[in-house]
Design a binder for this molecule. Structure first.
Ligand code: GLY
Length: 365
C-alpha cells in the first residue's frame, strides 16, 4: 500500500513511522522542514489531566498517555536515537487563595476518578521544589504526567521511518489533492504523486486551498510563543504549572516557558509583550528563572478546532483521504494514539472505538 502523508510535524512523523513499520510504502512531504510548524514550539508536556477535565479530550489524552512508554521505547530502538522523556510528574502551583480553591476542586475530581495525585501544602511544595517563589501556598502533584522533547522525538520518528523505508521530502508544497477511482493524486510543485491514500496532517495549514476539493477543514491557527531559557543546572525537578505559564526543565539546565494563546491568524512572529509576560509569569513561579539567559523565542501556530478535539478519520467525500489534524494544544500527547488509529484504519480497515471522538463527520467533512 502506498501512502502520502502531508505534514512532517510530530503527528505526521508518528503516522509515517507507524505505517512504514507496519509495511506500507510511505512518503511524507512538508512545505517547510520537518517539525517546523507548531511542533517546533511545543513544550512537549504530557498532561491530559491538566489540559482536559472531562469528555472526549480526556479520554483521548488518557488513551494516548497509556501508550507513551512503549511508543518511546519503540522509537528509541528503531532510530537508535536518545530522546529525552520523563514521567517525572507535574506540579500545579497555587499562588493565590482563588487558585488554591480551584486546585482543590481538581484534586477532588482526580480522587473520584482514581487518578494518582498528591495534595501538597506550602511546606511540601517547597520540599519537592525548593526553587518555587514566596507566593506559593499549595500544590497538586500528578505523578504520572511528564514531558518529552518534541523536536527530538519528531526527528527520531522520521529517522526510524526512513530505516523502515519511508521517504521524507521537505520543501514540497501540495497544491491540490484529487481523489481518483482507486486512490489519490497529489499535485505538488515538483510533479504529480499518486498513492492509495493521502493523510492530511498539515496542522494549521490543513484548511489550505490545496485540500478544499476534498473538504474545507475548520482548523484555525492559535499562536503560541514559547521561551527557551538556559541555566547551568535544572531549576526544577519536574514540570511546574501555573495559571499564567508552565515551565519544563530539561536535564541540560534548559527551561521552557510556555505559552501565549493568541488568535492572530498566520502570524508566526514573536512579540515583546508575549516574551515579557511569560518571563514575569515564570519568575513568579520560579524566581531563579529571571536570571536565566534567553536562548530562543519559538512561535508555533496550534491547529485549533471549534470543539478543541482533533479530526481523525476518513473524509466523507473520499475514503482515500484521511484526516489527522486539529490537535490544538495536544499534538505531542496525542501523536501515538493518532498514529495507531490511522494505521489501523488504513492497513487493517479497523475503525477503533476512539475514532468516534474525533470523527470528521461532526464538521460535515
Ligand atoms: N500544550 C500546551 C500548549 O499548547 O501551550
Amino acid at each position: 500500500m502506498k501512502v502520502l502523508v502531508v505534514g512532517a510535524g510530530v503527528v505526521g512523523a508518528a503516522i509515517t513511522h507507524e505505517l512504514a513499520r507496519r509495511g506500507a510504502a510511505v512518503t511524507v512531504v512538508d512545505m517547510r522542514a520537518p517539525a517546523a510548524g507548531s511542533t517546533q514550539a511545543a513544550a512537549g508536556v504530557l498532561a491530559p489531566w491538566i489540559e482536559a477535565h472531562s469528555g472526549g479530550l480526556l479520554e483521548l489524552g488518557e488513551a494516548s498517555l497509556r501508550r507513551y512508554d512503549a511508543f518511546i521505547a519503540g522509537v528509541r530502538e528503531a532510530s537508535g536515537a536518545e530522546i529525552e522523556y520523563a514521567r517525572s510528574g507535574t506540579l500545579e502551583v497555587a499562588l493565590t487563595a482563588e487558585q488554591e480553591d480551584a486546585l482543590r476542586r481538581d484534586a477532588a475530581r482526580h480522587a473520584v476518578r482514581g487518578i494518582p495525585h498528591a495534595w501538597l501544602d506550602e511546606a511540601a511544595v517547597r520540599a519537592r521544589e525548593p526553587g518555587v517563589g514566596p507566593e506559593a501556598r499549595a500544590g497538586l502533584l500528578l505523578t504520572d504526567q511528564g514531558y518529552v522533547r518534541a523536536r527530538d522525538l519528531t526527528g527520531a520518528l522520521l529517522l526510524a521511518a526512513g530505516r523502515a523505508g519511508a521517504v521524507c521530502q521537505p520543501g514540497v508544497r501540495v497544491r491540490e489533492i484529487v481523489p481518483t477511482a482507486t486512490g489519490v493524486s497529489a499535485l505538488t510543485e515538483t510533479g504529480t504523486f499518486d498513492a492509495d491514500y493521502a493523510v492530511l496532517a498539515a496542522g494549521s495549514w490543513s484548511s489550505d486551498d490545496a485540500f478544499r476539493p476534498v473538504a474545507a477543514t475548520p482548523v484555525t491557527p492559535v499562536r503560541g510563543q514559547l521561551l527557551h531559557l538556559t541555566a547551568s543546572a535544572p531549576l526544577a525537578a519536574r514540570v511546574i504549572w501555573g495559571t499564567d505559564c508552565y515551565l519544563v526543565p530539561w536535564r541540560d539546565g534548559s527551561l521552557l516557558v510556555g505559552a501565549t494563546v493568541e488568535h492572530v491568524g498566520f502570524d508566526e512572529r514573536s512579540t515583546e509583550a508575549g516574551v515579557e509576560g511569560l518571563r514575569r509569569a515564570a519568575a513568579a513561579l520560579l524566581p531563579a528563572s529571571a536570571a536565566a539567559a534567553l536562548k530562543e523565542v519559538r512561535v508555533g501556530l496550534r491547529p485549533g478546532t471549534p470543539d478543541h478535539l482533533p479530526i481523525i478519520g476518513a473524509s466523507a467525500a473520499s475514503s482515500r483521504v484521511v484526516f489527522a489534524t486539529g490537535h490544538y494544544r495536544n499534538g505531542v500527547l496525542l501523536a501515538p494514539l493518532t498514529a495507531a488509529l490511522v494505521a489501523d484504519l488504513l492497513l487493517d480497515g479497523r475503525a477503533a472505538p476512539e475514532l468516534r471522538l474525533a470523527n470528521p463527520a461532526r464538521f460535515g467533512l
